[in-house]
Ligand binder design. Structure first.
Ligand code: JDE
Length: 234
């Protein structure tokens, strides 16, 4: 998969060259291309922002550089174009799965109070557009959100994970939080690995893990579970 990132901080993406994703980039399974938005800003200061139309605090990213960057980077391939924004739909595992099936992604990182809306409207003439948020908080810029998306999408690509078993396992667990994990030694600082995990009874292990997942989900993320049946009054 080819992933283009348009940002005023291309250096922000250096950590992607480490570890799992780094190896996938080296081997060419992920073709990661970073672009400096300011390269398309032609005024003496390479400005990318201006004051908001209608007034108010802060600055808005100006459409000129974005338009040229998108024309050049998107080209004729009709890539999926992602804008990272707290005003977008929430990026979930399912979103990562959808994005992992496209041939080309262009990730656009907003800064300041956002990007002139006409850029997003125009981008949809170049390819399918997704406005995505990684969660309900405001970042200083879209770079950290884009980094998260590259990592979540990248690890789903064929040949990126060493052991694709961990992917099928994940989908079995779908909708529930992970059960706790243990390894050796069997006793550490007086704390034992739960007996069932040492029993060799795979059925019992699976049942225990499932119960742990359900219990943990109910406790910390009840929103992930189907609503409990309504209790009649009296
Ligand atoms: C992405 N979850 C959070 C922030 C912004 C007021 C202040 C800031 C496209 O425009 C953006 C992008 C960002 C950075 O991304 C996030 C984010 N997923 O914060 C603003 C808007 N209003 C705008």
């Amino acid at each position: 998969m080819r992933i283009d990132v348009i940002t005023i901080f291309p250096e922000y993406f250096a950590p992607l060259r480490l570890s799992l994703l780094g190896r996938a980039i080296e081997r060419g399974r992920i073709d990661l291309r970073l672009h400096q938005l300011r390269d398309w800003a032609h005024d003496p200061h390479h400005s990318v922002d201006d004051s908001p139309a209608g007034g108010g605090p802060g600055m808005v990213m100006t459409p000129g550089p974005w338009g040229q960057a998108l024309d050049e980077v998107a080209g004729e391939d009709r890539p999926t174009i992602v804008f990272t924004t707290p005003a977008g739909e929430v990026f979930r595992q399912h979103t990562a799965q959808e994005l992992s099936s496209v041939e080309r992604l262009v990730l656009c990182c907003g800064r300041f109070e956002g990007i002139d809306q006409r850029v997003i409207d125009y981008a949809s003439t170049l390819g399918p557009v997704r406005e995505l948020s990684i969660g309900d908080y405001v970042l200083a810029g879209g770079e950290a959100a884009a980094l998260v998306m590259v990592e979540a999408v990248g690890r789903l690509l064929p040949g990126v994970l060493g052991n694709p078993d961990s992917l099928t396992e994940e989908s079995h667990n779908r909708g529930l939080l992970e059960h706790p994990a243990y390894t050796k030694p069997a006793i550490w600082r007086g704390r034992s690995v739960p007996e069932v995990l040492l029993s060799g009874d795979h059925g019992a292990v699976d049942a225990w893990r499932h119960a742990q997942s359900v219990e943990r989900t109910r406790r910390v993320r009840p929103d992930l579970l189907p609503p409990p049946p309504e209790q009649p009054c009296q």
